[in-house]
Design a protein. Structure first.
Length: 546
């Protein structure tokens, strides 16, 4: 039987300013019809370059294939004509990209974007086209599919956008589906639903699936076979169960051991209170009509109370839209709110802006995406010392430069790199720079807003260990915002579970993880640790936000 995909001795070379770079070096694997193969490894291992080489989607300029063969259903892709490749792309090979918001056209409706591939490959038009689009949206379990036809990507949640991407990918019943990190940016419950959907479509349509991921927890649950990539090469390959039970290569063992582990140390229950808030509410008005009168409100945060002591970490968990980040911004007085907020015993609600500004050095935040939160026009030295400049800490020149070097060393970065720019660093290194920027001001309270969600598992573990170490050294208090309960369990003393702006469960981390009371909390825990889809509390089978 002809394999759905056969890759032999694939080599990919990039022509860089500093010379040739071999990103993929002699990779070989095959996928049978109906099989799901996972290609795993950390960022930079060559996974996505391999995946993009299959339909020949790498930019033709400065990229070459010094050797190798890629056959889709027996037909060679390397060197194929554009007319052949147009028939393969979106036809025989479908592709789900990592970030649907950047992959979907923001100026076109959902109907038009799904319909485009149907017009090109099947010649559908009119009512037949519209009916097929609705059928596809129903196939990927998007709620109210006919009502979504005229929606634009920004009007959908992350899970809904990814379902649209899957609908486009499977529209022409492809022989091969390539899923490149399809769940990285999604909440754990939505992640579980998307993985179950891919598994269901694979069975129903008989597709071969190539799953690109760095998350071995996902792979354990869904893949038939696994190929582990490192530095452009496949270092281990095998059946999923066998590979997880007895990994042979040291890099595979490294990946399996990289999940954030351990538990936070016991804290002093009598430690001073750093941040205390009661009945915090953030409501966004809904205005309609010519006069823009308020007709309602979106209750982003509604009656939340939280208390964090010196040296303590409180985790705030929930899906996108639950109000986690809005609560963090409210505590830092970066968002207007109602309710009482006190920092080190001092009420913040009625403080004038000048007094709030003076407190900024003691209350800091680390954002989710360090690439967008670090200025691309500033060097690392300028980024880390910016707070020192604003608050007049230390003398300009050598004294501040020495302080930056000290901070970089503390977050385990080479101080010699301080004159480089953010784009010259990996994601994990950029997040360390963000942490150094916060530490520069010696804060008492830090909001950590999803600081590990976009990182490889091994880098996640390193950042968690770094945060623990810095907390112990400086007595920091953290509010750790996340949807990944694996990281929360490793770092947090207490947990607050939010849904739709309200707290559904709150207590010690041990109590929450060992005996969760609310069905929503149990669904989050199940999705985080088992990757087994749980029905959402509303029972509609599709998910409240998916």
């Amino acid at each position: 039987m002809t394999a759905a995909l056969e890759v032999r001795d694939l080599r990919v070379r990039f022509d860089t300013d500093t010379g040739p770079l071999d990103a993929v070096r002699g990779v070989s694997f095959s996928i049978a019809k109906g099989e799901l193969l996972a290609l795993v490894g950390e960022s930079g291992s060559g996974k996505s370059v391999t995946a993009l080489s299959i339909p020949q989607l790498l930019p033709p300029v400065r990229v070459s294939h010094p050797g190798g063969s890629i056959r889709v259903g027996g037909d060679e892709m390397i060197g194929a004509s554009e007319s052949v490749l147009r028939g393969v792309r979106g036809g025989r090979v479908g592709m789900i990209f990592q970030e649907p918001m950047t992959s979907l056209n923001p100026l076109q409706t959902i109907e038009r974007q799904i319909g485009e591939t149907l017009r090109l490959h099947q010649g559908l038009s009119g009512r037949a086209l519209r009916d097929r689009v609705v059928e596809l949206l129903d196939l990927v379990r998007l709620d109210a599919p006919r009502e979504r036809l005229d929606s634009y990507p920004h009007q959908l949640s992350g899970g809904q956008r990814q379902r649209v991407m899957i609908a486009i990918a499977v529209a022409n019943d492809p022989d091969l589906l390539i899923a490149d990190e399809p769940t990285t940016a999604l909440d754990v419950t939505i992640q579980a639903q998307i993985l179950e959907l891919v598994r269901d479509l694979r069975t129903r349509l008989g597709m071969a699936v190539l799953l690109i991921t760095h998350d071995l927890t996902i792979v354990r649950r869904i893949a038939d076979r696994v190929c582990v990539m490192h530095n452009g090469e496949i270092v281990e390959e095998g059946e999923t169960a066998a590979l997880f039970a007895d990994p042979q290569h040291s890099y595979t063992r490294h990946l399996l051991a990289s999940e954030p582990a351990g538990r936070p140390p016991a804290r002093d229950p009598g430690a001073p209170m750093v941040i205390e808030a009661s009945d915090v509410a953030v409501h966004f008005p809904i205005r309609k009509g010519i006069l823009r009168r308020q007709v309602g409100a979106i209750k982003a945060v509604d009656g939340v109370s939280i208390a964090i002591r010196k040296g303590q970490t409180v985790g705030v968990v929930g899906e996108s839209g639950s109000g986690k980040s809005t609560l963090g911004l409210a505590l830092l007085r970066l968002r207007d709110s109602r309710g009482r907020i006190a920092f080190l015993g001092r009420p913040l609600n009625d403080l004038p802006p000048r007094d709030i500004h003076a407190l900024r050095r003691q209350m800091q935040i680390v954002f989710q995406d360090p690439y967008s939160s670090l200025s691309p026009r500033m060097t690392v030295r300028q980024i880390v010392s910016e707070g020192l400049d604003i608050h007049g800490i230390g003398r300009p020149g050598d004294e501040r430069r020495a302080r930056v070097a000290e901070l970089l060393h503390e977050v385990r970065l080479d101080p010699a790199m301080m004159d480089r720019y953010p784009h010259e660093f990996s994601g994990g290194q950029r997040q360390r720079i963000s942490i150094a920027r916060v530490l520069a001001l010696k804060p008492d309270f830090v909001v950590l807003d999803e600081p590990t969600s976009a990182l490889d598992l091994s880098i996640q573990a390193q950042i968690v260990e770094l945060l623990r170490e810095l907390q112990a050294r400086h007595g920091l208090s953290y509010m750790f915002i996340s949807h990944d309960l694996r990281v929360v369990r490793a770092l947090c003393d207490e947990v607050i579970v939010m849904r739709k702006g309200t707290v559904v469960e709150q207590g010690s981390a041990a109590a929450i993880f060992e005996d969760a009371q609310h069905p929503y909390t149990r669904a989050l825990i199940g999705a985080s640790f088992d990757i087994v889809p749980s029905p959402p509390p509303n029972g509609d089978g599709r998910g409240a936000t998916a």
